[in-house]
Design a protein around this ligand. Sequence first.
Ligand code: ZN
Length: 459
Amino acid sequence: MPQPSLKIDGARYVITVDDQRRIIRDGSVLIENGRISRVGRADELAAARADRVIDARHFVVTPGFVNGHMHISYAHPVRGIFPDDLGSPLKQVFALQTAMTEDEEYHTTLLALLELVRNGTVCLLDPGSTKFPDACLQAYEDAGVRVILGECVTDREAPFTLPRYPTAEAVARTAAFIDKWNGRLEGRLRAWAMPFSPETCSAELLQALKRLADERRTSLTLHHGSGPQARREYGDRGAKSPTEHLEKLGVLGPNVLLAHALGLDEAEIACIARTGAAVTMCPVTAAKGARGATALGRMPELLARGVRVALGCDSPNNSNHLDPVRTMNMAAIQYKDARQDIRLVPAETALEMGTRLGAAALGLGDEIGAVETGKRADLVLFDTRRPEWQALWNPLNNLIYNSDGRSVHTVVVDGRVIVDDYRQTFVDESRLFATVQEIGERLQARTGITFPRSRWPIL
Ligand SMILES: [Zn+2]
């Protein structure tokens, strides 16, 4: 049965992020069979009929947002428990994640999806932390989003609890995962190879997983970081840096996405550019987690070399919000301040990372990331009837510098409206919030990972 058609009619602005980066005033978008069939001025599309017409005169339309690194499955029930003076909470994070039951992970995932879509996210990559994809499949399907999944594997010792297998088993598990999941949900679900990091995986495992990704025509993502100390350590193992280590192994390439990627030097940026690998950066996580984005981040240099850079939120206990607009905002302002150069990472570039460049980084550049004829119909409609959108002269500056996900009025994925007038229909929100709060109680009691609620007295 053909999908009902949809027309977004007479939008105040359509920020297309297409090849010419057109911003169409009084613009309309026609969607048929899940794809964008026409984009133009409202008068040009006046004769176009659709099963549903959304009067968009108060809205700014953008492509849907892509989140390139998003551990969705553990953090919501314990969001905010780590006091700032704890230092790095990574050990506790992984212990909590390991302790999640199937039912807990399902509800947690559902809440994460709710927050993501309500803020305009249409596509997310979970870097292998979902343990029970069978249980979560229903949540992805109900939410209607695009998901990239994988099974996190390692075969070496790690400083925190990670799934560890003999090398051959890690490869076999990854192959089975890709074969089972890739292409499900009418193609909205993709499955990738997801070794945790170069430090926790042997050279043999990394090479075997890259070969597997190539054979299955899919991709590979892993956590990646560098810096002076990492370069010294890798020097002892015969490479100048972690990035050169990956290149020497043949593990970098256009279907490889490096997450975080802080601390790169010029030679490492050249490795990435030369091999065509992509990067996801998590600007809010880096800032909040004191990872040194301002000192160690090389976003402007990666962009200048033509590297596909996506943005990510990491996790609800890292960034902690899951708002792509706030994330783009941080990307746009972080380097300006750090280097005292206001020209760095302009608002337009931040929006590109959240949309078409991010989609390209995830290998989906032909399908999504722009409001363009032929693309899948993934769109966000921002409501300008709010104080933060006033006055409206340059919608792109308003979006990146003034607004946030709270003005997301409508979200469309594959031509289906998944958020409609600020509401979604796939879950009863207040019941879900209560369930996740209870899961948090249980999880802290079971693991003993708990902290005083506040540094200030709660009476
Ligand atoms: Zn991660």
